[in-house]
Write a protein that binds this ligand. Structure first.
Ligand code: ZN
Length: 232
């Protein structure tokens, strides 16, 4: 213990194999020693199986996201918008039983030292609340276990601090690998140094033409292909 580690944290891959393989190469190049995934490996994109296979191979932790829960048949599709619902039903059909069972068994949160990892928000992980802003993050700080809480889910990267001291708690939204929504279509992930608490938000171009083409070929909603180019 006490060893300094560079940890890669990815989230919201959403079946986008082109984005995931580019992110994995980028992580390797940056000599990241461990990989954690905050969930939503599947849903929206055309390669849920392949993305799940690769993530299971590489990531030491995989959390449950709401799209994973939906694909596993664990979550009602009632609150999904029509595009997400159609993609979830398609994904359920594509995944095999072992994959659905694997997803169904994933945890909502994990704690590693000073790191609290959760897909949505630390207060009620199973309610799938969204953190978009400092205002949203404010109420969540008392529920952070450890110093740094890492979330995904909103697909909008950001860093929120509770105070100004160097030891203040933080909530870090790592953004999305497979479907960024902050207006920047490049994939997004975070590298964290678990000793210095230093953060790096990494953005990379990937082959979004191929990812979008596959979505259309698969018969998934066209909008899911188009939004990749806008990062929305
Ligand atoms: Zn997501």
């Amino acid at each position: 213990m006490g060893e300094q580690l560079r940890i890669g944290i990815v989230s919201d891959i959403h079946g986008n194999l082109e984005a995931l393989t580019t992110a994995l190469k980028s992580l390797e190049k940056r000599r990241v020693e461990k990989l954690y995934c905050l969930g939503d490996v599947v849903g929206y994109g055309a390669n849920p199986s392949e993305c799940l296979g690769l993530t299971r191979e590489r990531a030491e932790i995989i959390l449950l996201g709401n799209h994973d829960a939906a694909a596993a048949g664990k979550e009602s599709l009632e609150y999904f918008n029509p595009y997400a619902r159609e993609a979830a039903i398609w994904t359920q059909r594509i995944l095999d039983r072992d994959q659905r069972e694997f997803l169904a068994g994933l945890p909502y949160e994990e704690i590693r030292g000073e790191m609290h990892l959760v897909h949505s928000a630390p207060e009620r992980p199973q309610e799938w609340d969204y953190l978009f802003s400092a205002f949203d993050a404010y109420d969540q700080f008392p529920h952070v276990k450890g110093r740094d809480c890492f979330v995904g889910h909103s697909h909008v990267p950001g860093e929120y601090c509770e105070g100004r001291e160097e030891t203040s708690r933080r909530i870090i939204n790592v953004g999305s690998v497979g479907q960024p929504r902050d207006g920047d279509p490049r994939l997004c992930y975070v590298i964290y140094d678990d000793e210095s608490r230093e953060l790096e938000f990494v953005r990379e171009e990937y082959d979004m033409e191929t990812a979008a083409h596959k979505i259309i070929e698969a018969g998934l909603p066209r909008f899911l292909a188009q939004r990749l180019f806008y990062g929305q």
